[in-house]
Write a protein that binds this ligand. Structure first.
Ligand SMILES: NC(=O)c1ccc[n+]([C@@H]2O[C@H](COP(=O)([O-])OP(=O)(O)OC[C@H]3O[C@@H](n4cnc5c(N)ncnc54)[C@H](O)[C@@H]3O)[C@@H](O)[C@H]2O)c1
Length: 439
């Protein structure tokens, strides 16, 4: 690859996320070119091959088939589901490819260590898709922290509200509903981004101890409303008043199409009647939300972390709110920062004893988009920035401040693993049991 050539990439797991990243090849053909597709699903493979003009000979059913070819690309984008990340990534690294890998990069500590070893052994570059680091909002906050305007950080409070229809589509009816299904509990699947942001903003301050509480407040058979049916469109007398109604959320509103209409992929644009039939028969998104086995997964969870500097971090994932929103409030020895990602706004207040209010406040308003997972421009522009940064890195550039290398992402994953363990055991746990004793 020369500096003037695009980085050539093979898509592994031709699903939603890989597609979002690959679209950069259409907007920036000088930077990225998709030259191969791997997916056992022939429909998905075909859609991606057509969209990115990949010849048949570079379309593969499995990673094994892909790597049996002599190396023909610079890197791979691994957009498989959570529990496949490590299993599919190790052979790709062994075959000599650098990697852009979806989060969570591993679903347990054993897997995490296996991937770290493989990356070290093969000396390949692996970047984890922590897209929030690339948004204007969190980048600007990181710059303020770096500037020292807040002083030393004492506390960092973060909250992610996952609205009720997102909660239902992904974590109740959807493919992340249980650890048994996707390998990841909700904190790891949804909020490893947020814990990563907390650690990234604390710039190397090591997390020492963690505690966590959470559970399932709303779902499960025992909470099913009396008289509710099994499929919203078939047999439920409560459908019209239910906030989780498939009709309201997936037919009347155009939401989460990439998940809900997957069963209809490959047969052209589905009609309204096709969709109704699908929801009435074999589409999981047509089933009553209370009928799913979530295997003990949470719908809300709080995490508290003590850092080596003495700073405290608190994070709450609150599923089921009306509106999705990420809030942050950092308090330092010289000032504080408080903001909301979706509003693209934050304020910085600095201590000022000689003023009437006792502080000076400055408001910042960034014009970035919201945290919607869409086909393009998702995560407030973070998706595209991440891919372009990956391209620079693969071309030999130094990792940017936002770049999450495997080593960089390791501590946030470890913190999430330990938080989940702490929740399940109602305990306070050291992040690294080998090094720390609980005082
Ligand atoms: N960075 C983010 O903000 C963000 C947002 C959403 C999802 N994700 C993560 O992205 C990943 C993908 O999510 P998605 O919604 O795009 O999933 P998806 O189900 O749409 O895509 C996964 C694809 O992998 C294919 N696949 C299955 N087994 C395979 C194998 N052995 N080899 C190759 N391909 C295989 C499937 O057929 C499917 O097409 C998940 O880990 C998810 O947690 C990240």
């Amino acid at each position: 690859m020369t500096a003037s050539e695009p980085v050539s990439v093979v898509l592994v797991g031709a699903g939603n996320r890989a597609d979002v990243y690959s679209r950069v090849s259409l907007t920036h053909p000088d930077k990225l070119k998709i030259v191969g597709v791997v997916d056992p699903d022939p429909v998905r493979r075909g859609i991606m091959a057509e969209r990115y003009r990949v010849p048949d000979e570079f379309c593969f059913e499995s990673v094994g088939d892909f790597i049996s070819r002599p190396k023909f690309a610079d890197a791979a984008i691994n957009g498989t589901m959570d529990s496949l990340h490590v299993k599919t990534s190790i052979p790709i690294l062994d075959a000599g490819y650098d990697l852009l890998l979806e989060k969570p990069f591993a679903v347990n500590e054993g897997e995490m260590n296996a991937l770290l070893d493989a990356a070290a052994r093969t000396r390949r570059r692996v970047v984890v898709c922590h897209v929030l680091r690339y948004t204007d909002f969190y980048r600007a906050i990181r710059d303020h922290v770096d500037s020292g305007i807040l002083g030393d950080i004492i506390t960092i409070e973060m909250c992610e509200h996952v609205n009720y229809h997102h909660l239902a589509v992904s974590y109740v009816r959807g493919k992340w509903r249980s650890e048994a299904l996707c390998g990841a509990p909700m904190l790891l699947a949804k909020s490893c981004h947020d814990i990563d942001i907390m650690l990234w903003l604390l710039r190397g301050d090591a997390p020492l101890y963690v505690s966590s509480f959470g559970g399932d407040y709303r779902f499960g058979a025992e909470r099913k409303p009396a008289g509710a049916g099994t499929r919203c469109l078939c047999d439920c007398p409560l459908e019209e008043e239910c906030i989780f109604s498939s009709r309201a959320n997936y037919l009347d509103a155009v939401r989460w199409t990439q998940y809900v209409w997957k069963p209809l992929e490959g047969a052209g644009e589905p009609t309204y009647e096709d969709k109704v039939r699908s929801l009435m028969t074999d589409n999981q998104y047509g089933r009553c939300v209370w009928d799913f086995d979530r295997g003990g997964n949470v719908d809300r969870q709080s995490v508290m972390i003590r850092f080596s500097s003495g700073a405290l971090g608190t994070f709450s994932m609150i599923g089921g709110s009306a509106k999705s929103e990420r809030n942050i409030h950092i308090v330092g020895t010289k000032g504080e920062l408080k903001g909301t990602f979706e509003d693209s706004r934050y304020v910085i207040r600095t201590m000022s004893p000689h003023t009437k209010a006792g502080f000076c406040e400055r408001a910042y308003d960034l014009s970035v988009g919201g945290d919607m997972i869409g086909a393009s421009g998702g995560h407030g522009g973070g998706d595209e920035h991440l891919v372009l940064d990956f391209v620079d890195y693969i071309r030999g550039g130094s990792p940017s401040v936002s770049c999450a290398t495997l080593a960089d992402s390791m501590m946030s994953h470890k913190t999430v693993f330990r938080a989940e363990q702490a929740r399940r055991s109602n305990s306070v746990l050291p992040i690294d049991p080998a090094k720390e004793e609980i005082p």
